[in-house]
Design a protein around this ligand. Structure first.
Ligand code: HEM
Ligand SMILES: *[C@@H]1O[C@H](CO)[C@@H](O)[C@H](O)[C@H]1NC(C)=O
Ligand SMILES: *[C@@H]1O[C@H](CO)[C@@H](O)[C@H](O)[C@H]1NC(C)=O
Ligand SMILES: *[C@@H]1O[C@H](CO)[C@@H](O)[C@H](O)[C@H]1NC(C)=O
Ligand SMILES: *[C@@H]1O[C@H](CO)[C@@H](O)[C@H](O)[C@H]1NC(C)=O
Ligand SMILES: *[C@@H]1O[C@H](CO)[C@@H](O)[C@H](O)[C@H]1NC(C)=O
Ligand SMILES: *[C@@H]1O[C@H](CO)[C@@H](O)[C@H](O)[C@H]1NC(C)=O
Ligand SMILES: *[C@@H]1O[C@H](CO)[C@@H](O)[C@H](O)[C@H]1NC(C)=O
Length: 331
């Protein structure tokens, strides 16, 4: 008697899980009825912030990548540590994720909570801010669907094992992206985000000081560039804020200069330069260096893919009222 019943339930549940849940489906129109003004409100705040703090675009783009690549685009990265738990922010690789990014998200969230309380998720705010800022600094348009839910957890140990590091060999970086469904071309295109922003000296110090028995600096560097970096970073242990532009020629402009730099030995991080050395990645570096349209197209498609990576639904997520805390911890 029990057997047919449980079998029936099993089949019923399987069927139910196949039904599309309208509430959790992402779409461009997601907030049209519940918060029609949300994008206008966001755009004003984003533009003001980028104009007063031009490092915001790079900061947001990096935070967005770190959010998505660690267990999906769910704003888990925005959660601050609390008395009970450390968060992703406190993982070793947060590497001073710029405060400008968190400031922007807080401003946007505050404005949206006044207009339509409890409606727009923090993960959507982060995803759409990244897109708008890429455009503001000269990059391509791409579609960002809305309707992500925010995670109810943030765990720094997951962050550590999921984030790419500049010291990882290219084979490791390729497999890290590939386990998340990204091809070599998509990886090369996404890392093109290093056409803006900067890196702290400690991220490439091993390439410019005491590199090997025979060379003070990595011979893959253009010699003049290496000397410039050695001067810039001379005090970096005493002054850990010292940093260099990721794209030395057009640091604030989203363009394909980053790939041209790699061909001239001007790739800042070891992982940047390594994309030129590996047979699986080099063809895409060369293509994007030669053709900005090809880079923009590939970057846009890859960002669309990244921005829906492992998004949460009503079942495993919520719309946080504050982006830095899950709702049950709020008073
Ligand atoms: C091979 C994979 C990657 C590695 C090893 C890597 C590593 C790094 C490192 C070490 C920094 C410097 C951080 C600091 O010193 O504060 C950095 C900066 C940055 N990364 Fe990546 N990254 C990778 C891929 C990506 C991707 C896929 C994106 C975005 C789609 C991205 C966006 C950025 C941006 C915009 C900055 C500049 C941040 C700023 O100026 O505030 N990175 N990256
Ligand atoms: C949603 O709003 C956008 C912008 O106002 C508009 O372009 C679009 O047609 C709307 N979609 C629907 C289904 O109403
Ligand atoms: C990053 O982590 C360090 C310690 O690991 C912490 O002191 C710092 O406040 C964190 N940065 C941010 C922006 O939270
Ligand atoms: C706190 O950390 C534990 C273990 O890492 C995790 O299972 C739990 O979900 C976390 N809680 C919150 C509120 O992040
Ligand atoms: C390079 O190595 C030498 C000896 O190992 C050490 O004395 C020196 O401080 C190192 N220089 C830098 C810049 O780290
Ligand atoms: C490094 O520190 C010394 C002494 O503190 C100072 O004179 C010099 O200007 C600093 N160099 C750089 C590049 O910051
Ligand atoms: C890369 O390609 C070149 C030429 O096609 C070949 O000679 C070389 O062995 C390849 N290197 C690796 C590591 O596959
Ligand atoms: C550049 O790439 C675009 C998009 O892939 C392509 O349509 C165009 O023909 C390419 N231009 C050149 C000069 O190869």
């Amino acid at each position: 008697m029990a057997f047919p019943n449980s079998l029936f339930l099993l089949i019923l549940f399987s069927l139910l899980s196949l039904l599309p849940s309208t509430q959790s489906r992402l779409s461009v129109d997601y907030y049209n009825k519940t918060c029609p003004q949300y994008h206008n409100i966001m755009q004003r705040i984003i533009a003001d912030k980028q104009i007063s703090a031009p490092t915001t675009a790079a900061a947001i783009l990096r935070v967005f990548f770190h959010d998505c690549i660690v267990n999906g685009c769910d704003a888990s990265i925005l959660i601050a540590s609390n008395a009970f738990n450390k968060s992703e922010l406190d993982s070793d690789s947060n590497l001073s994720l710029a405060g400008d990014a968190f400031d922007l998200i807080t401003r946007v969230k505050t404005a949206l909570e006044l207009q339509c309380p409890g409606v727009v998720s923090c993960s959507d705010i982060l995803a759409l801010s990244a897109r708008d800022l890429v455009i503001m600094v000269g990059g391509p348009f791409y579609e960002v669907l809305m309707g992500r839910k925010d995670s109810k957890v943030s765990d720094p140990s997951i962050a550590e094992s999921n984030l790419p590091k500049p010291t990882m060999p290219m084979s490791k970086l390729l497999s890290l992206f590939s386990t998340k469904g990204f091809s070599a071309e998509e990886m090369v295109a996404l890392v093109g985000a290093h056409t803006i922003g900067f890196s702290h000296c400690k991220e490439f110090a091993n390439r410019i000081f005491n590199f090997s028995k025979t060379s003070e600096y990595d011979p893959a560097y253009n010699p003049a560039f290496a000397q410039g970096l050695r001067k810039l970073c001379a005090n970096y242990t005493k002054d850990p804020e010292m940093s260099a532009f990721n794209d030395v020629f057009t640091p604030g402009k989203f363009d394909n200069m980053y790939y041209k730099n790699l061909q001239r030995g001007l790739g800042l991080l070891l992982s940047d330069q390594a994309m030129l050395m590996d047979n699986k990645t080099r063809p895409f570096v060369d293509l994007f260096a030669a053709n900005q349209t090809a880079f923009f197209y590939s970057f846009a498609r890859s960002m669309e893919k990244l921005s829906v990576y492992k998004t949460k639904t009503d079942k495993d997520g919520e719309v946080r009222r504050r982006c830095d805390q899950i709702n049950t911890l709020q008073i």
